[in-house]
Design a protein around this ligand. Structure first.
Ligand code: GLU
Length: 305
């Protein structure tokens, strides 16, 4: 009996090892951050009852519909990614979207996710196509003229993803003469242009970061530039092919984008985020998505305005 139990145990262990090997993501997590195969369990969020925000036009719309539409990304591992087989969304941003919904009185099954890429975010919010946007969305003054932001709920920084065997790109100053890819309407592509990090003819632009990563693997571009959190997710997915340079050269505070005129809802979202930061929920979300065992992260400071 004992021997049989042991054999079953060994078999299970063997299967587990095989599974890990296939994934190419060792449980130790390495130093790249990104989603971990040994990730902590996801927290659940108590759904608030009797929420009333009388002067919030967006909340009135949500209430009338009985459900929410949240703008997200679908190709950013660890942050906002859609599983093509199950259709499920997962990642840090998705959890923040659920946390906010719960704080507003809506369970996760009341959320409809709508994919909104970087260049379409302001328009989607202004049109009312989404109630709010959680998608690696940097808070800045230019965007604040069009939309408003709750948060920040995470602090990222612009970095570079290169091929594993490329030792020529060591930071933003080594991009001259290199083909650099980023996404339309993103802060990183604007920075590449403004700071002339490479020649205009060497800047390659797509709608989605996964398209840039594809071009990096086929050697059509030499670097992908955007936030370190996004790039770590791609590197983690294919550590044999890619690495993150790891010297962030900007501040990218992530905010929840929403209607510019809905201060009531923004204040409410800030309160929900603040509570999650104070009671350990935010940390649990981080540990279960972007975190790696043993890694630490600085908590963001909510900036009410
Ligand atoms: N955080 C940056 C931005 O908001 C880059 C990531 C993205 O494109 O979503 O533009």
């Amino acid at each position: 009996m004992r021997i049989r139990t042991l054999a079953v145990g060994l078999l299970a262990g063997g299967l587990l090892l095989t599974a890990c090997g296939k994934e190419g993501t060792p449980a130790s997590g390495g130093d790249q951050g990104g989603p971990s195969s040994a990730a902590a369990p996801l927290p659940t969020y108590p759904v608030a009852s009797n929420v009333d925000l009388p002067d919030s036009p967006v909340f009135a719309k949500i209430k009338a519909a009985g459900k929410l539409v949240v703008g997200v990304k679908d190709d950013q591992p660890g942050l906002g990614q859609k599983d093509p087989t199950t259709g499920q969304y997962a990642g840090f941003d998705i959890e923040i979207a659920k946390l906010i919904a719960a704080g507003l009185g809506y369970a996760p099954d009341k959320i409809t996710y709508k994919v909104v890429d970087s260049g379409a975010r302001e328009q989607a919010i202004q049109n009312g196509d989404v109630n709010y946007m959680v998608g690696t969305y940097t808070i800045n003054d230019k965007r604040k003229q069009l939309v408003s932001f709750a948060g920040p709920y995470y602090q990222a920084g612009q970095d570079l993803l290169v091929r594993k065997d490329d030792d020529t790109i060591t930071g933003p100053q080594s991009l001259k003469g290199k083909k650099v890819c980023s996404v339309t309407g993103s802060t990183p592509i604007q920075r590449v242009r403004q700071q002339q990090l490479t020649e205009p003819g060497n800047i390659v632009e797509f709608q989605k970061y996964s398209q840039c990563v594809e071009k990096l693997s086929t050697k059509d571009v030499d670097a992908v530039t955007t936030d370190d959190a996004i790039l770590r997710g791609f590197a983690k997915q294919d550590p044999e092919s890619f690495k993150v340079v790891g010297k962030p050269f900007s501040q990218e505070p992530y905010g929840i984008g929403l209607d510019k005129n809905d201060k009531v809802l923004r204040d409410k979202m800030d309160d929900i985020l603040q509570k999650a930061l104070d009671d350990g929920t935010w940390q649990k979300i981080y540990d279960a998505t972007l975190g790696t065992p043993g890694s630490t992260v600085a908590k963001p400071t909510i900036q009410k305005y």
